[in-house]
Design a protein around this ligand. Structure first.
Ligand code: AMP
Length: 396
């Protein structure tokens, strides 16, 4: 059960429904180049329209400083329309006369997109007067933008407190997956954390060691831990000044009974380059003039066996430099193993955050994992154990 209201509780028929969506899509020359975010919000739009609600979409785009035609959502309205298969009206402001006229023109089941909320400074300031201007346009509020929920902005937080508020279907799916992943998971839980640096993931590591049963540390960040343990890591990427942080995380893991699984071997090369000549060494025999660019096959076996022991997996960050072959192999092998366990009904697998989505796409497992979040910052803040203002406001 979820602790927030969903569309199941909302009576949308004949109502003006303000729907916060994430339409911050990549664009080139006025055309959307990746429509994933549009596709994700279609079910909520479709459902509200089918139930006879007037759908009023609110979204931000880019980081404009005031009104800026280059950051207009107008071309995105056309893209939403073509994916939705019905007209999407557009108003060139999200408050004031232009917005209210466009809203008044809506019939039940119609869809309207309002211009970029960030054209107004009140959006990021969560200014109560701006919130009231937005609230005038709607009877109820639906938030379907988990990826913006870590920010307490007018359209993500203020509005949820000003109107009866509900989670949209995409938000609901994301929150359900995250609850299953870490808040109320089936145990044992294993987390895999990889990527380049420890410094960007200290809070995340500290939160995970206190919540999961086993923590696999891979990627460049593993080197910082290996160095802190006194092992030679040659020319590998590492943050040697974070040895104390690494030791603190080890100590915390001992207190919470969280097993830490580090690489036992590493695929090494002289240079960070696709196809670089490489060799696998035991972790206590890394040559001084080489760098670790991936976990070796014995490490993958350990990761896979931790996955076999787990009922739940939470994954953020690649185990190696997955963008350059053959240093993608560790990440791909572990991802495929997790996908097989998921397919066999033995594992709930939740992954997300930045490069993780690209790495799992590369391994071809995105569809097989239980849930892959494309939310970036919001997903990472959730992994850090922080409460997300946009989600909290839906519970109120
Ligand atoms: P992050 O954004 O923190 O998840 O880091 C992802 C990046 O870490 C990717 O670009 C990988 O190439 C990089 N990475 C992972 N393992 C290593 C490694 N052993 N050495 C250098 N870079 C790595």
């Amino acid at each position: 059960m979820t602790a927030f209201r969903t569309l199941d509780q909302a009576d949308v028929k004949g109502k003006r429904v303000l729907v916060r969506v994430d339409l911050n899509v990549p664009m080139e020359n006025g055309r959307v180049t990746d429509a994933t975010r549009i596709e994700r919000v279609l079910p909520t739009i479709q459902e509200i329209a089918d139930k006879g609600g007037k759908v009023i979409l609110l979204a931000h785009f880019g980081r404009p400083k005031g009104r800026d035609p280059k950051e207009s959502l107008k071309p995105v309205a056309e893209a939403v329309s073509s994916h939705l298969g019905k007209p999407v009206a557009f108003a060139d402001d999200c408050i004031g006369g232009a917005a209210s006229q466009a809203v008044n023109a809506l019939k039940d089941g119609d869809v309207l997109l309002l211009e970029n909320t960030r054209f107004h400074a009140g959006e990021e300031k969560n200014d109560p007067a701006f919130v009231q201007e937005l609230a005038k346009l709607g009877d109820i509020y639906v938030n379907d933008a988990f990826s913006a929920a870590h920010r307490a902005h007018a359209s993500t937080e203020g509005l949820a407190r000003a109107l009866p508020s509900y989670a949209g279907r995409t938000m609901q799916a994301e929150l359900d997956a995250l609850t299953k992943g870490l808040e109320a998971p089936k145990r044992p839980v294993v987390a895999i954390v990889g990527g380049a640096k420890v410094s960007t993931k200290i809070d995340l590591l500290e939160n995970l060691v206190s919540k999961v049963d086993a923590l696999v540390i891979g990627g460049g960040m593993a080197n910082t831990f290996l160095h802190a343990m006194g092992l030679g890591i040659g020319k590998s990427l590492a943050e040697k000044d974070l040895a104390e942080t690494a030791m603190r995380i080890f100590a915390r893991a001992r207190e919470t009974n969280c097993a830490i699984i580090l690489p036992v071997d590493g695929v090494c090369a002289y240079e960070f380059k696709a196809g670089a000549q490489n060799h696998t060494y035991g972790i206590d025999a890394i040559p001084e003039d080489q760098m670790i660019l991936d976990v070796g096959s014995q490490s993958v076996e350990r990761v896979n066996s931790a996955i076999n022991d787990a009922a739940t997996l939470v994954w953020n960050g690649p185990l190696g430099a997955f963008e350059i072959a053959p240093f993608d192999q560790g990440t791909v092998a572990a991802a495929r193993h997790a996908a097989e366990r998921t397919k066999a009904g033995k594992l709930v697998s939740v992954a997300g955050g930045g490069d993780t989505v690209a790495a799992l796409n590369h391994a071809g497992v995105t569809e097989t994992f239980s849930y892959v979040s494309t939310a970036g910052g919001a997903f990472l803040e959730w992994l850090e154990g922080k409460s997300l203002p946009g989600v909290e406001a839906l519970k109120a």
